[in-house]
Design a protein around this ligand. Structure first.
Ligand SMILES: *[C@@H]1O[C@H](CO)[C@@H](O)[C@H](O)[C@H]1NC(C)=O
Ligand SMILES: *[C@@H]1O[C@H](CO)[C@@H](O)[C@H](O)[C@H]1NC(C)=O
Ligand SMILES: *[C@@H]1O[C@H](CO)[C@@H](O)[C@H](O)[C@H]1NC(C)=O
Length: 189
């Protein structure tokens, strides 16, 4: 059993070295969110702030934990989007169908609430950075873009424009991507 587990962990590591991780940065000139990174904490994405990450102690002793503890990176962006997490099964990004909040699955759980939006992400590569966009499909066709909305906790949470008004004061923004070489966390909390 131990061997199987180790092999599975190694296969995961090999797979992840081939994956193209990206970090995300918000762009909206003359705003407090300009050039702040997008981070994952509390199952929500926010602009600015720190990521909330965790790496189990047995992974720490084996040297499997990424060194970065307060950064977030991502995978995909062609249709779906996922967090750059090493935990088996990964962590997927989804959009709450009621309020448009951009959220992510907990580690070891693929649970996504019924009706959530998982597609619509698109990437383009440029010379020095890439662009990530979100555009609604199907019944959400015509809805485009992301909003950073200031909450009571003084953080800017990320929402997709699904045609409902998110809570708080919102600012539209664009997202630029930068290639990263490895997952930024074992898992995001
Ligand atoms: C993590 O950081 C330590 C100390 O700075 C370094 O020795 C180690 O090689 C780093 N590990 C990785 C995977 O970068
Ligand atoms: C999921 O939502 C759809 C409508 O959006 C509904 O038709 C379906 O019954 C729901 N499924 C579950 C398991 O709740
Ligand atoms: C990022 O990586 C992809 C895939 O390896 C590559 O096509 C692209 O040119 C890179 N982007 C930049 C800005 O270096």
């Amino acid at each position: 059993m131990k061997t199987t587990k180790t092999a599975a962990a190694l296969i995961g590591l090999i797979a992840s070295t081939h994956a193209q991780y990206i970090s995300l940065t918000a762009v909206r000139s003359d705003s407090p969110i300009h050039l702040q990174t997008i981070e994952a904490a509390g199952q929500r994405l926010s602009v600015g702030g720190d990521a909330a990450t965790y790496c189990p102690s047995d992974m720490q002793t084996r040297g499997f934990c990424p060194n970065t503890t307060d950064d977030t990176n991502f995978l995909g962006g062609y249709g779906g989007l996922a967090l750059g997490a090493e935990v088996p099964g990964g962590q997927s990004v989804y959009i709450d169908p009621v309020c448009g909040a951009v959220m992510y699955t907990q580690a070891h759980s693929g649970f996504i609430p019924n009706g959530s939006i998982i597609g619509g992400w698109a990437r383009q590569e440029g010379k020095s950075f890439g662009l990530l966009t979100w555009e609604g499909e199907g019944t959400l066709a015509g809805h485009i873009g992301l909003l950073a909305c200031m909450t009571e906790r003084d953080t800017y949470e990320v929402y997709a424009d699904i045609g409902v008004t998110p809570p708080g004061d919102c600012i539209g923004f664009d997202v630029i991507t930068a290639n990263q070489t490895e997952a930024a966390a074992w898992q995001y909390m």
